[in-house]
Each structure stands twice: as C-alpha cells, then as structure tokens.
Ligand binder design. Structure first.
Ligand SMILES: Cc1cc2nc3c(=O)[nH]c(=O)nc-3n(C[C@H](O)[C@H](O)[C@H](O)COP(=O)(O)O)c2cc1C
Length: 357
C-alpha cells in the first residue's frame, strides 16, 4: 500500500461513504478501529448534520476517518422533462399516499457550507464524488492537513483528478453499487462504463498518485487482485451495507442476498443520475423513461422512497447494490474488516506461492 495510506490505516480496506443514512458514525468507527478507513457521507445532509456526525464519530474512535462530499452539478436538467416524469410518478404518489418532493430543493447540496465546516474542523480525509473540486479547494484542505480523494470512472477523469493536486484517485468500476461518480453526466455514454480490473490497469498507466479501487469487491481475494493490478487499497460499499452497524433499512440488507432480487442495473429512476441498484418494481417500471436530471429527480422521488420504507415495501426502495451483492455477509463491521484482511493475506500467499512454482 502507498505510504500516504499506510500511515492512515494498516489494512488496505476503505469503507465506502454511503449517503442516505447507511454509513453512520457507528459503522465508520468500527471500520477505523479494526484498521480500515471508515467514512461518513455528507451527501443530502445539511452542513450542521454533517458536523454533528463528525462530532459523534470523534467520540467513538480516535482513528483516522474520511468525509465524502458531492460536487454541485451544472444546471443541465430540462425542467420540462422533470415535469413529465412527475406526471408519470403521480400514480406512485397516490399508491403510497404521499406527495412528490420539490425537485428544486437544495440543488448544490450545501457544498460551500460543508467545505467551510471541514476547513474549520479538519478531518484526516475528504473525498469528492461527481466531479473534480477546484484546485483552491484541494490546496485549502492541504493547508489544514487533510488529504483529498476524488472519484474517477475513466483514465481521462483520473488524469483530471491528478492535475488538480488530489492525493488519491478512487477508480470506480461500472460494477459499483450506488451512483457512478462520473465527472459529467453524459446520457449518450449510458451503459458504456468500464469494468474495475480494466479501469485500474488503465488508471495505473495514466497517473502517478495512489489508486483506491471500487466496484463489486466482496472478498479479500478481489482486494489482492486489484492491488496486483496497481491499486493501493480497495473501497467497499455493498459489503458494508450488510454489516451490523450499517444504517441501511433492514429490507435493503435482506434484499442483497434474497433470490427474489436476482440482479442489479444502472438506473436513473430514483435520482436522475446513473446509479446501480437491485432490480425491483420501481426501477423496472420507471427506469426506461427517467430523465437525466440530478438532483431534481432525487428530490422528486425522496418522499416516495420514504413512504415505501415506512410501508415495508422493498419494491419501492432504492436498493443500491454492486454486482457482488449476493456475496454479502452479515457481520459486525470490525469482524468483516478482519475476515477481509485474512482473505487478502491468504490470497497474497497463494499468489506468491504460484509465482514461485
Ligand atoms: C448504498 C450506497 C450508497 C453510496 N453512496 C455514496 C456516496 O454517498 N458517496 C460516494 O462517493 N459513493 C457512494 N457510493 C458508491 C461507493 O463509494 C462505491 O463506489 C461502491 O459502493 C463500490 O461498489 P460496491 O458497492 O460494489 O462495493 C454508494 C454505494 C452504495 C452501495
């Protein structure tokens, strides 16, 4: 592992930030205490909500951790397309006996306010999703002793991440659960995402900064594989959704290994930006015509998802999951880190024994 990272956490295992209440402080603390890197997700929270979680996490662990921010999105959404989608979702609203949300609420996710909090109360790592922060932002984080990680889904995006002075690039393969962190949402490229092993190799030949590999990783052997391909560590989301401390809805946890949810798909149905979820009724019905309008569609569908959760209806939830979901293990997060680390060590021993033959 790169020394920038080994100084922070001994096992090359990063718990992905997971917005929507999944990566709660208890989860991040358990991962960091076990020698991985725990993360909080600031997406969809207020700046104060983020600050309260940081305070709570600091009370739970003295180990390093990270906080993840969503970059504000350019105003590309066609309001007429959002109106049409709202019309198409009217039946859902009456079925769940709720109203659709306001698509215009909080478009920039409080980015500047959150950055200000993180500069006043520095944390060890800040990561960015959905774009590249300005160089001044990275410089100001460095001045307060914070490392900057930025997601990339292509080698070209990884070069942009290195150019702004980020410390680490998170190479996110198309297998990944949740939102693809593509820098620009280009609908014409839908479905053309790059698989993780291929992406890591391409990024390794494109940039000099350390790589954290994300997407479909559920076992230590896969961590060994991405590290052999050039990554310094792996970032796992879906594997930690199932952990005891995760704040995911019980239906979400159960769905990961329920044979009723046989596969995942990238969809705009819930938020307007491509994100990988288990295929359920909502995704099947609305995915085909959901517009490219993030975060408008997120705000529009939020009350529907809340009502589905209240009704105990997994068919109306956004069941974010990567392609490895069936391999999820319901363990305490610290134990999951230990099991992954043991599998990684065994895979490395097997690899070097194979090399010696
Ligand atoms: C439930 C869920 C929520 C996620 N939310 C975020 C987020 O808030 N910020 C972020 O950078 N990535 C988010 N991701 C993506 C992860 O960072 C990571 O790329 C992904 O989980 C890796 O694939 P895997 O789920 O197959 O391990 C989320 C993933 C999941 C499964």
């Amino acid at each position: 592992m790169s020394s920038v990272l080994t100084d922070l956490f001994p096992h090359p295992i990063v718990q992905a930030p997971m917005a929507g209440g999944v990566s709660v402080p208890q989860l991040a603390a358990a991962v960091s205490d076990a020698g991985g890197l725990g993360f909080l997700a600031a997406g969809y929270k207020t700046a104060d909500g983020m600050y309260q979680e940081i305070k709570q996490l600091r009370g739970l662990t003295s180990r390093p951790f990270g906080v993840n921010l969503f970059l504000p999105q350019p105003e590309t959404a066609d309001p007429a397309a959002v109106d049409v989608y709202a019309h198409q979702l009217a039946g859902e609203a009456s079925w769940y006996e709720t109203e659709l949300g306001d698509p215009e609420s909080c478009g920039d996710d409080g980015y500047d306010a959150k950055l200000a909090v993180l500069l006043d109360n520095p944390v060890p790592v800040v990561s960015f999703h959905f774009g590249v922060p300005a160089r001044e932002v990275i410089d100001s984080l460095h001045r307060v002793g914070t490392l900057a990680f930025v997601t990339a889904t292509t080698a070209e995006e990884a070069r942009a991440v290195e150019r702004v002075g980020a410390d680490v690039v998170i190479a996110q393969g198309v297998e990944a659960g949740g939102h693809q962190g593509t820098h620009r949402d280009v609908p014409e490229t839908d479905g053309s995402g790059i698989g993780l092993l291929s992406l890591v190799a391409q990024v390794r030949e494109s940039v000099g900064i350390p790589i954290v590999a994300a997407g479909g990783i559920m076992r230590g052997g896969q961590i060994a594989a991405v590290c052999a391909a050039g990554a310094s560590a792996a970032q796992l989301g879906t594997a930690f959704v199932a952990a005891h401390e995760s704040g995911a809805h019980a239906l979400h946890k159960q769905a990961l290994t329920n044979p009723l949810f046989a596969r995942t798909e990238l969809t705009r149905a819930f938020t307007g930006r491509p994100a990988r979820a288990l295929v359920n009724r909502f995704l099947r019905e609305h995915g085909p015509y959901a517009p490219a309008a993030y975060p408008e569609v997120h705000h529009l569908t939020a009350p529907l998802r809340k009502a589905a959760a209240k009704a105990g209806d997994a068919q109306g939830l956004a069941l974010w999951a990567g392609q490895g979901h069936r391999m999820a293990r319901e363990l305490p997060a610290g134990q999951l880190v230990e099991v992954l680390a043991a599998e990684l060590a065994a895979a490395r021993t097997a690899l070097s024994a194979g090399g010696a033959r």
